[in-house]
Design a protein around this ligand. Structure first.
Ligand code: NAD
Ligand code: DAU
Length: 357
C-alpha cells in the first residue's frame, strides 16, 4: 500500500512526511512543484529511504498526475499543496486561483478517473483527504462562538476565498460522483520548517537579525495556534477513521492576540539567546499599517474531532512555542538557505516604507 501527498515539501507537508515515515513503513509519494515555499532540505534525512519517492511537478499537470496514480496505485491521496500566504494573495491573487482552485479541480478529475476504475475492494477503501483552513469561515467578533463545521462559509481574502472554492469542489465531487473524500479545516500552525514569511518564524528570524518586528495594526487580532505535529496527528487520525464526506475542524483551543505571541517569542529569545547588552528583543517591536481586510479573530471548535475520533493535541502552546524557538536557534543554516533571493524580494516588496505606520 502507498499514499500520495501533494505539497509535501512545504511547512506542514514536510512535517507530515517525516512523521508518517517515523510511524509507518507504508511508502509515501510526494508530488510538489517546489515553489518558493517548497524546500527539499526539510526532507534531507530521507535520502536513500526506499519508502519515500519525490516527484517535482504541478498538481494541475493532468498527464503527470495520471502517470503517478497509475504507477504507484495509492490507496489514498492527501492534498496539502496550495499557495498559503494571505499577504501574498493580496499582492497577487493569480497563483492562488490557479493552484488552489484550478489545480484542485484538475487533481480531483485525475483522481476520479483513477478511482472509478479501481477494483471494488480498493475503490471502497480509497480516500481523498483535503487539507483546508479555518479561514474559510471568515472572521469572528470577541463574543462569537468558535467556528463549528456547520458555520457558513464567509471567506474574506483572496487566499481564503480560493481555499473555500477548493473545499466546495471537494464536497461536490463527493456529492455528485461519490468520490470518498474527507476535509479538515485547521487553525494556525507553527513549528519546525515554517517559512519565515509567517508571523512566528518571521518574528524569530527578525529578532535574531536585529531587525524590526512588524506587528500589523494594534496587534490585537486573535489566532488559534496549533503545533504542526498535532495537525499531522489529526490528519492521520481523520484518514484512518474519518467518515466519508465529513469535515473535521482541527484546533488546540489556544486563542491568543498577535501581540501576546510576539511578546512570548521575545521572552523565550531573551531566555535562550540573551542579547549581550541585556536588552529585551521586545525593543524591536514596531506597529505597522494593518493588512487590508484583516480578519479580527479565528477560533476553532474542535469538539467534533475530539468526540468522534478521540483526537487531542499533545502540545500546549507553552511547550510548542518553546520547542519552536529552540528549533530555529538550532537550525541557523536552514534559515540562511530559505532566505534566498525570492525571500528577499518578498520582504522588500511587502515591508516597504508605505506599510510602516
Ligand atoms: P506552504 O506554503 O508551506 O507549502 C505549500 C507547498 O505546496 C509547497 O511545498 C509548494 O511548493 C507546494 N505547491 C504549491 N503550489 C503547487 C502546485 N501547483 N503543485 C504542486 N505543489 C505545489 O503551505 P503550508 O503552510 O504547509 O500549508 C499546507 C496546506 O495546509 C495548505 O493547503 C494550507 O491551506 C493548509 N493550512 C495551512 C495552515 C497553516 O497555518 N500554515 C493552517 C491550516 C491549513
Ligand atoms: O488560520 C489558518 C491560516 O493561518 C492558514 O490557512 C494560512 O495558510 C496561514 O498562513 C495562516 O494565516 P494567517 O494570515 O493567520 O497567518 P500569518 O502568519 O500570515 O499571520 C498571523 C497573524 O499575524 C495575522 O493576524 C497577521 C499578523 N502578522 C503577520 C505577519 C506576517 C503581523 O502582525 N505581522 C506580520 O509581519
Amino acid at each position: 500500500m502507498t499514499i500520495l501527498i501533494t505539497g509535501g515539501a512545504g511547512f506542514i507537508g514536510s512535517n507530515f512526511v517525516l512523521d508518517w515515515l517515523a510511524q509507518s513503513d507504508e511508502p509515501i509519494v510526494n508530488l510538489d512543484k517546489l515553489t518558493y515555499a517548497g524546500n527539499l532540505e526539510n526532507l534531507a534525512s530521507l535520502q536513500g529511504d526506499a519508502r519515500y519517492v519525490f516527484k517535482q511537478g504541478d498538481l494541475g499537470d493532468r498527464a503527470l498526475v495520471d502517470c503517478l496514480l497509475a504507477e504507484y496505485r495509492p490507496r489514498a491521496v492527501l492534498h496539502f499543496a496550495a499557495e498559503s500566504h494571505v499577504d501574498r494573495s493580496i499582492h497577487g491573487p493569480e497563483d492562488f486561483i490557479q493552484t488552489n482552485i484550478v489545480g484542485t479541480f484538475r487533481l480531483l478529475e485525475a483522481i476520479r478517473a483513477y478511482w472509478s476504475k479501481l477494483p471494488e475492494a480498493e475503490k471502497t477503501a480509497f480516500r481523498f483527504l483535503h487539507v483546508s483552513t479555518d479561514e474559510v469561515y471568515g472572521t469572528l467578533s470577541k463574543e462569537d462562538r468558535p467556528f463549528a463545521e456547520t458555520n457558513p462559509y464567509a471567506p474574506n481574502s483572496p487566499y481564503s476565498a480560493s481555499k473555500a472554492a477548493s473545499d466546495h469542489l471537494v464536497r461536490a465531487w463527493h456529492h455528485t460522483y461519490g468520490l470518498p473524500v474527507l476535509t479538515t479545516n485547521c487553525s494556525n500552525n507553527y513549528g519546525p520548517y515554517h517559512f519565515p514569511e509567517k508571523l512566528i518564524p518571521l518574528m524569530i528570524v527578525n529578532a535574531l537579525a536585529g531587525k524590526s518586528l512588524p506587528v500589523y495594526g494594534d496587534g490585537m487580532q486573535i489566532r488559534d495556534w496549533l503545533y504542526v505535529k498535532d495537525h499531522c496527528s489529526a490528519i492521520r487520525r481523520v484518514l484512518e477513521a474519518g467518515v466519508i464526506g465529513e469535515t473535521y475542524n482541527v484546533g488546540g483551543w489556544n486563542e491568543k492576540p498577535n501581540i501576546e505571541i510576539v511578546h512570548r517569542v521575545c521572552e523565550l529569545l531573551d531566555e535562550l539567546c540573551p542579547k549581550a547588552n541585556g536588552n529585551s528583543y521586545k525593543a524591536q517591536i514596531t506597529h505597522v499599517v494593518d493588512r487590508p481586510g484583516h480578519d479580527r479573530r479565528y477560533a476553532i471548535d474542535a469538539h467534533k474531532i475530539e468526540r468522534e475520533l478521540s483526537w487531542k493535541p499533545a502540545e500546549t502552546f507553552e511547550t510548542g512555542i518553546r520547542k519552536t524557538v529552540q528549533w530555529y536557534l538550532d537550525n541557523p543554516e536552514w534559515v540562511r538557505h530559505v532566505q534566498s533571493g525570492a525571500y528577499r524580494d518578498w520582504v522588500n516588496l511587502h515591508y516597504t516604507e508605505e506599510v510602516v505606520a
